[in-house]
Design a protein around this ligand. Structure first.
Ligand code: NAG
Ligand code: NAG
Ligand code: NAG
Length: 303
């Protein structure tokens, strides 16, 4: 879900750069009253350009950003020196004015910036890929993702609208909630945490699935970016198949070899038998000739 969205956003901004960032450069005048989120992409916008932030509500000026939150921030050339990243325990707000300390639960945070909130004590239990170290920014307030089965939950449903690569409008609705993930999701009608659904069950939104992916036909599936896991029965059957194929080959070779030897043996046998019968007939011939000779000799002697 997130990767195609990122691509869409990139294509969108790439196509219409001027429609999105403010155009006032460093030193120009501005007002933080104009800080806002774009209604379709939810990107932070102000009077100032991507490298600067506005200092004040009245008589403000655009000044160079003091921090960044991304390794490669938007709107900077690769040759430019980038503002620094914030240290652990701090965050850089959307406008990039300065590093601030993480906000405790109940304090305000910026839209979808879970990373601005302090982690709960049991962060190791609550952390998942749907929150930041167990914390969330919902309805502009830091909350913990600690609601469990049957408890009341709060949610933010945001529809991002962008232009696809084919320049057709593309909408993507993301629901975020404070139920423990991935065990539970927030039921839209009753605002109660319910168990997430396993693979193959019917769903309406990604959040309902334990895999966090509801395919267009309304079934929980594996997200498309997930590596394929080979089950142990599949390993076992492949190994068994390979062994069976090897055994069958060896047995077939043995049978063929035996057949060939048998044929060879019977040929040899036939040859010997032929030789023997030849010998026998030669002896018989000799014996007959000798008998005849004896007979003739005795008849001559008698005469
Ligand atoms: C803004 O500038 C005007 C004129 O320079 C000045 O009268 C006004 O007091 C300033 N406002 C603030 C809040 O600094
Ligand atoms: C989560 O928060 C705890 C407590 O503040 C911290 O020790 C830990 O390093 C954090 N983990 C991550 C991945 O940020
Ligand atoms: C979740 O955390 C908040 C803030 O600490 C707390 O007030 C609330 O009782 C917790 N909810 C549950 C279900 O533990």
């Amino acid at each position: 879900m997130n990767w195609p969205l990122f691509l869409e956003v990139t294509v969108f901004f790439g196509a219409f750069p001027l429609a999105f960032c403010g155009s006032v450069v460093q030193g120009g005048s501005c007002s933080t009253n104009n800080n806002r989120l774009d209604s379709s992409s939810r990107r932070f916008l102000s009077d100032c350009d991507d490298e600067t932030f506005c200092t004040a509500v009245a008589n403000g000026t655009c000044e160079f950003r003091q921090c960044r939150r991304d390794e490669f921030p938007f709107g900077f050339q690769s040759s430019e020196t980038l503002p620094p990243l914030c240290s652990v325990g701090q965050f850089c707000p959307d406008e990039g004015s300065e590093c601030k300390n993480l906000a405790p639960v109940g304090q305000s945070c910026q839209f979808s910036r879970d990373d601005q909130c302090m982690a709960p004590n049991n962060w190791a239990d609550l952390a998942s890929n749907q929150n930041f170290n167990g914390s969330l920014c919902l309805q502009s307030t830091c909350v913990y993702a600690n609601a469990s089965l049957g408890q009341r939950c709060m949610m933010d449903t945001t529809t991002y609208v962008d232009l696809g690569p084919d320049f057709k409008t593309f909408a993507n609705t993301i629901t975020r909630h404070n139920c423990r993930t991935p065990q539970f999701y927030c039921d839209t009608d009753h605002l109660q945490c319910l168990p997430t659904k396993s693979m193959g069950l019917s769903c309406i939104a990604d959040q309902e699935c334990r895999s966090f992916s509801c395919d267009p036909s309304g079934t929980c599936t594996n997200p498309s970016e997930m590596p394929i896991k080979v089950a142990s029965w599949q390993y076992a059957s492949v190994i068994a198949f390979v062994l069976a194929a090897m055994t069958a080959t060896v047995m077939m070779l043995v049978v063929i070899h035996k057949r060939i030897r048998l044929r060879h043996y019977s040929e040899l046998r036939g040859y010997y038998e032929e030789q023997l019968s030849l010998r026998r007939s030669m002896f018989a011939l000799h014996a007959a000739a000798a008998d005849k000779y004896e007979d003739e000799k005795s008849s001559v002697n008698h005469d």
